[in-house]
Design a binder for this molecule. Structure first.
Ligand code: SAM
Length: 287
């Protein structure tokens, strides 16, 4: 690993009129894979930061918020999830959290870029924490859209842990992808999606919710604030063939959380329920 000392600031320009800068105390890695440019920066607050095409993907310091909320919320709401599908997730953090549920029998992870997986195993092991060695993990290197189109399997929970809808991630925000996902969900299945920061990327959320309204018995979104996904709370799209899943009570979630023997740094059953309380500007994004 080339380790060049630098005091430079790296600026993420995901949005037209708003950017975030992170001090790169060192650039630990900088290379192109077949799909995207992959960098790892060392930062005094967030530790190691993975960027793809110069957009923050995940950091050592705050990934727990994102990965806990995109796994424990659907899995505990479902109540008996055995088969989980992750689209994207190459850093291994989502698989790490999903596999903490002993009742989950298989996690299929479909990642388009083997370079992200190989790289993350070596340079960001604190994210996967052994997930790649778990016998329940079925790692597939493929385009998630093609996988969803072709799969005949059924999944209880589908987690879309993709990049933003630019480059290879764009297809994962399409109506055809969502339509195939609806077919791949079991009868009381739940799909959750990384849906950007609605204050900055409201159109993305509106597009996903419009597709979900046509495909699922229940659709909504929930929120959590991840410091390095700049611009306000991040939205997670929610679609389910079950009306009941989103209404599961806090006492039931508490019992399930305890039974799973989980500890978490962000997720609690109370936070789970509160995450679905949406402010007016987010509600206005519903079609
Ligand atoms: N937490 C991040 C976020 O919210 O932006 C996402 C992290 S994860 C590293 C995103 C992963 O999605 C990357 O590894 C990328 O290679 C993968 N990806 C992008 N497009 C994909 C596609 N069409 N099929 C499968 N994986 C894809």
């Amino acid at each position: 690993m080339s380790d060049t000392k630098s005091e430079t600031w790296v600026t993420e320009r995901l949005h037209d009129h708003y950017a975030q800068s992170l001090r790169a105390d060192a650039v630990l890695y900088d290379s192109k894979t077949d799909h995207q440019r992959l960098k790892v920066l060392q930062n005094g607050t967030f530790g190691r930061i993975l960027t793809l095409d110069d957009v923050v993907q995940t950091t050592e310091g705050d990934n727990f918020i994102y990965h806990e909320m995109l796994t424990h919320v659907p899995i505990l709401a479902h109540g008996h999830a055995k088969r989980v599908l992750i689209i994207g997730g190459g850093d291994g953090g989502m698989a790490r959290e999903a596999l903490r549920h002993a009742a989950v029998e298989q996690v299929t992870m479909v990642e388009i870029d083997a370079g992200v997986v190989d790289f993350s195993k070596e340079y960001l092991p604190m994210l996967s924490q052994g997930a790649f060695d778990d016998p329940r993990l079925n790692l597939v290197i493929a385009d998630g859209a093609a996988f969803m189109r072709d799969t005949e399997d059924k999944f209880d929970v589908i987690i879309v842990d993709s990049t933003d809808p630019i480059g290879p991630g764009e297809v994962l925000f399409s109506n055809s992808f969502y339509g195939h996902a609806a077919r791949a969900l079991s009868e009381d299945g739940i799909i959750v999606t990384q849906n950007g920061v609605p204050f900055m990327q409201g159109d993305e959320l509106t597009g996903t919710l419009r597709a979900f309204q046509a495909l699922f018995t229940d659709c909504s979104c929930y929120l959590a604030t991840i410091p390095t996904y700049a611009g306000g709370p991040m939205a997670f799209g929610w679609g389910s063939h079950s009306k009941a899943a989103r209404e599961v009570s806090q006492p039931v979630l508490e019992a399930r959380f305890a039974a799973a023997g989980l500890t978490a740094e962000y997720y609690t059953p109370e936070v789970h329920k509160a995450a679905f309380a949406l402010p007016g500007y987010v509600k206005k994004l519903f079609p």
